[in-house]
Write a protein that binds this ligand. Structure first.
Ligand SMILES: [Zn+2]
Length: 245
């Protein structure tokens, strides 16, 4: 049976198996030597999945990278990120949790006022694989009332074919942004240097890099973001917001 985007259910199953094997989620359940996530999203994974998932941006004449933040707004992490971005005249994209926008509307307004893009990350940070389709889509809709963006990133990168279809096979489809480079700023087991290296060793023109403006990621993000921005500036890369209309 054909799935969405002409991709078979077998391909989705393969993806789920691969992801489950790698514990591709923001938690501390990993065992052994393997990291529970990919720092650089492998090309074979990008190519396995439906084309409607955006992992990186086209390389333009002026080299550009796309810094993104998930899970805010947060009263400490978000103002810090905004201040750091301003230092480099960098623009970023904030994938906001609707409940946090409701709680901190002035921070949300500030993100937009500084020229950054805002995007939807569900209202309650739902795991798509543990949520039925209509509840998931309803939750995105509720978040949309607070956020008002046609860009979306699924929490944990987890989405079912039906959810993807619900978000993209509509008159005004959502752009679904995944990521190319993961800072892993949520990983309590890594050092600041490792977090910085996760990004600078892999980021390249067109990359979508992922940080978090959240409580959990504060220790690493607050140290790694300034170094990452300095690195990108030194490469003469523009730091741009993603298209969210
Ligand atoms: Zn998230």
């Amino acid at each position: 049976m054909a799935g969405q985007d002409g991709y078979s259910r077998e391909r989705w199953k393969k993806y789920k198996r691969l992801v489950e094997r790698h514990h591709f989620k923001i938690s501390g359940e990993a065992g052994g030597l393997m990291k529970p996530y990919w720092v650089k999203t492998p090309n074979w994974l990008k190519n396995t999945l439906p084309k409607s998932l955006i992992w990186d941006m086209p390389v333009t004449q002026t080299p550009s990278v796309y810094i993104t933040f998930d899970d805010g707004p947060h009263p400490i992490a978000t103002p810090f990120a905004l201040q750091q971005l301003d230092k480099y005249n960098a623009k970023a994209t904030f994938f906001c949790v609707g409940a946090n926008v409701e709680r901190y509307p002035e921070l949300f307004t500030e993100i937009k006022a500084r020229g950054h893009a805002v995007a939807n990350h569900t209202f309650n940070h739902l795991n798509g694989w543990k949520t039925d389709t209509s509840s998931y889509l309803d939750n995105v809709q509720i978040a949309d009332k607070f956020i008002g963006s046609r860009a979306f990133r699924p929490p944990y990168g987890k989405l079912t074919p039906a959810q993807l279809k619900g978000l993209t096979s509509i008159e005004n489809p959502m752009k679904i942004y995944m990521w190319d480079v993961l800072s892993a700023d949520f990983d309590q087991k890594i050092s600041i240097d490792e977090c910085v290296n996760n990004v600078v060793a892999h980021i390249q023109p067109g990359s979508i890099a992922l940080f978090h403006d959240s409580e959990k990621s504060w220790r690493l993000m607050s140290a790694a973001l300034p170094q990452t921005l300095a690195y990108c500036a030194k490469q003469n890369w523009q730091m741009l917001a993603l298209p969210v209309d």
